[in-house]
Ligand binder design. Structure first.
Ligand code: RB5
Length: 153
């Protein structure tokens, strides 16, 4: 599994912690930044991960900011992205099983580092359950398609 990861300055410490875990677990990942504590704009980094996932270069993305909210909103603007903001392991697992989430977002100022790694493990360890959930995800894609047609047409 190939993972695209990024953060803004507000999520950089949590991102570093998650990267250490990904290395330990021997996951293939790429860090899309940011690389310093200098203040940056979270939509820029959310977009880098979202586009890499939609292009198929990476299977899933992980994005951290202060709350996880801004990067979640921004990533979900990219057609094909289903970003899930999860601060508990149950939601992380369900976001994959039911919603086929392809991006996990986390807030460094919300969740502690230990729980964050459990959330990452739950997300990466789960798979889409298919069946009735596939029908619902197809409906999400249909909504996306409908509004992209309106914008483009
Ligand atoms: C940056 O201060 C902060 O706004 C950002 O990390 C994030 O929490 C936005 O949703």
């Amino acid at each position: 599994m190939k993972i695209a990861i990024a953060s803004d300055h507000g999520g950089i410490n949590l991102k570093r912690h998650i990267i250490a875990y990904l290395q330990e677990q021997k996951y293939h990942y790429h860090d899309f930044g940011t690389f310093s504590d200098e203040s940056v704009d979270y939509p820029d980094f959310a977009q880098l991960v979202a586009e890499a996932v939609v292009k198929g270069d990476y299977d899933v993305g992980i994005i951290c900011c202060g709350t996880g909210i801004g990067v979640s909103i921004a990533a979900n603007k990219v057609p094909g992205i289903r970003a899930a903001l999860c601060h508990d392991t149950f939601s992380a697992r369900m976001s994959r099983e039911h919603n086929d989430a392809n991006v996990l977002t986390l807030g460094e100022r919300v969740v502690g580092p230990g729980l964050a790694l459990d959330i990452v493990a739950a997300f990466l360890g789960a798979q889409h359950a298919g069946g009735r959930h596939a029908r619902r995800v197809a409906k999400i894609k249909a909504v996306e398609q409908k509004y992209s047609n309106q914008v483009n047409g």
